[in-house]
Design a protein around this ligand. Structure first.
Ligand SMILES: [Mg+2]
Length: 232
């Protein structure tokens, strides 16, 4: 009987791609609208890929009609470029401390269903996980930036997708979201999910502690304590 749907963010939580994601997405934008200094000012973490592309287009002064189709096409181009970037030796994708032991510990618990909740488009998520040496199939369900540009829409999508494996739609504290930004902490509110924040991305423990996370960890290396917070 399942009692926990545990949803992991990817960038800054499971791994970092040493800038491969940022290079791929800005290259896609350069190809489409030319270089723009304003790109450097757009922060990516906590946002979905379509949201990032939309903000980059806006920063370059190129938001016009038919933006949804344009954003979708740019996300497709980004995935092609991402695959190349991740293959670069300099792009060495790095797993965050404690991720492997934590995933193994969660997989050993029958009541846990593992999933992803990420702003990455689905194909980009799989590419990044493989680059980090993690089989995407270890996550039974996922909600992605390709499902919705608005992150707070993603937890309900993941919960619906989990229903056949969970036995029902998990809700409230049965859903645990693990992420590295205030946006990860906030996005579970519509379904009453619990958030566990980890300071391995661009935000400190202090930044994340004031966002209403159920627990905050400097990294995921204390498997016993993180597991206890998840299963609580
Ligand atoms: Mg993240």
């Amino acid at each position: 009987m399942k009692s926990r749907l545990v949803l992991f963010d990817i960038d800054g939580t499971i791994l970092l791609t040493a800038g491969a994601g940022r290079r791929a997405i800005t290259t896609a934008l350069h190809e489409a609208v030319g270089p723009a200094d304003a790109f450097a000012e757009v922060r990516f973490d906590g946002k979905t890929d379509p949201q990032i592309v939309g903000e980059l287009l806006a920063a370059a002064g190129h938001m016009g009609p038919h933006e949804a189709e344009r954003i979708e096409a740019l996300c497709r181009r980004y995935v092609t470029l991402l695959e190349r970037e991740l293959a670069e030796p300099a792009g060495a994708t790095r797993l965050m401390p404690g991720v492997q032991p934590l995933l193994e510990a969660l997989e050993a618990h029958d009541e846990v269903l593992l999933g992803l909740l990420t702003g990455n488009v689905a194909e980009g998520a799989a590419l990044k996980l493989r680059a980090g040496g993690i089989d995407p199939a270890r996550f039974a369900v996922g909600a992605y930036g390709s499902d919705a540009a608005h992150r707070p829409d993603l937890p309900a999508i993941a919960a619906e997708r989990a229903a056949p494996l969970f036995g029902r739609v998990p809700r409230g504290h049965e859903v645990v979201i693990i992420g590295d930004t205030p946006a990860d902490v906030a996005c579970g509110a519509p379904i009453g999910a619990r958030a566990i924040a980890v300071a391995t991305g661009g935000y400190s423990v202090g930044d994340l502690a004031v966002c209403g996370a159920h627990a905050v960890f400097p990294d995921l290396s204390d498997t016993a304590r993180v597991l206890a917070a998840i299963l609580q």
